[in-house]
Design a protein around this ligand. Sequence first.
Ligand SMILES: *[C@@H]1O[C@H](CO)[C@@H](O)[C@H](O)[C@H]1NC(C)=O
Length: 285
Amino acid sequence: MGTAIGYAYRLVVCLLVLASGLCCALAASPSKGSDSTSMDTLELYAAYAGAAYSVTSAWDCDDECAHPGTEGTIVEFYWDRPVITSNGYIARNPAKRIIIVAFRGTDSPSDWAQDFDGRLDSWPTSVQGSLVVDGFLVGYLVVANQVMRQVIYLADRYPDYTIVAVGHSLGGTRASMFVAGFSTEYPDYISRTQMYTYGQSKCGNDVFARYMDGLDARLYRVINKGDIAPHLPRNSDMFYHFGTEIWITYDNSTVVCQSNDYSMCSESVPQDQQNVADHSSYPGL
Ligand SMILES: *[C@@H]1O[C@H](CO)[C@@H](O)[C@H](O)[C@H]1NC(C)=O
């Protein structure tokens, strides 16, 4: 099984390159998002997710740090673990009363391929039958204790702040691992927790997805147009998405998918029009 999935991923990475030139125009009926799903909100958290590629000890990076909604952000913690390639930061935005927990993704599809070696881990250990992709989990576990300790410290110090986990690509899967692990270790804080990921792949089995869907937290997965990553791994019925999908249409409006029905969202893009270019062009990222 592991080998078959690993093969599927390698195949997909080849397809990514081939498919990246394709694009299509598609009819969709966008719905008006509430505040938490508005384009403004999605772009704000995309900026925080994108900043994980460059922020270190201070709020100082490229366009992402210049996003007006991030003004006054204070970086509280930053990590860089080159061996397992785990990077990210924890920051606080006093004006918006949020604690950001941001996980870095991967820039290139070849790095990305290494994260999909097909091995699965039984995790979170307290959730019987839950399985997640090992390559997504290990980069979180290497910093899990430090990250959770920092988040709890800030959450206690600023009791009216919301905790928001963000990440793009691989970083989105690691943000998912954070939410899962945090919910089992610190369940009292989960109703203060939200998640916004951008172009994350499926990262667990049906038990994992159902566990996440049962949490008292708003978990949003944003998908840009024909981004191929959320459709991975292909050819496997072992993996499931969780949370609320928000699809960014070809005219940059948004559709909020209901009840795990993605037919008006990402699933409306035919397989041969899914591509890697849309993976790296999220508005605000
Ligand atoms: C949608 O947003 C992207 C990223 O901000 C931008 O490059 C693109 O031109 C926009 N497309 C339309 C149709 O407005």
